[in-house]
Design a protein around this ligand. Structure first.
Ligand code: AMP
Length: 125
């Protein structure tokens, strides 16, 4: 069921449970602001999800409500993960599905980081 980008934060969502350590994940990196882990159903040779530690439903929610420190910390964490994985030279793609038309499935902001092969056109046509 796709996420309604205007819905309230559900603290039982799967990424909230990963953040609380209730469900395991293959952690790539974490700091005060973000957690990065491998997607359970990878769509590319490298498919990492980066999520903020704070309770935000979507990019819309995060960009509207997060503090400057949370935003800076999260954006820096995404860049750090890509650099540490050696993805800057070959290149990578970031994607943040937001709301119904995007098919966002998990109602906690996540940025997908795809890499490891030529990624093709930006959107299926
Ligand atoms: P989205 O459609 O943008 O909401 O993407 C949700 C992503 O979360 C999908 O790529 C799923 O494969 C991934 N996912 C769902 N559950 C887990 C989990 N427990 N651990 C890692 N990735 C997950």
């Amino acid at each position: 069921m796709a996420v309604d980008a205007t819905q309230a934060y559900d603290d039982q969502n799967i990424f909230a449970r990963i953040l609380r350590g209730e469900i395991p994940s293959r952690t790539v990196y974490q700091d005060d602001w973000a957690l990065a882990f491998h997607d359970i159903n990878p769509q590319a040779p490298t498919h990492i999800l980066v999520i903020p530690k704070g309770a935000y439903v979507s990019w819309d929610d995060f960009s509207a409500r997060a503090t400057e420190a949370e935003i800076a910390g999260f954006v820096r964490a995404v860049g750090h993960v890509a650099r540490e994985a050696g993805l800057v030279a070959p290149g990578y793609r970031l994607l943040a599905n937001t709301g119904t038309d995007s098919h966002q499935e998990v109602p906690h902001l996540h940025v997908h980081l795809f890499a490891g092969r030529p990624l093709g056109p930006m959107l299926a046509r």
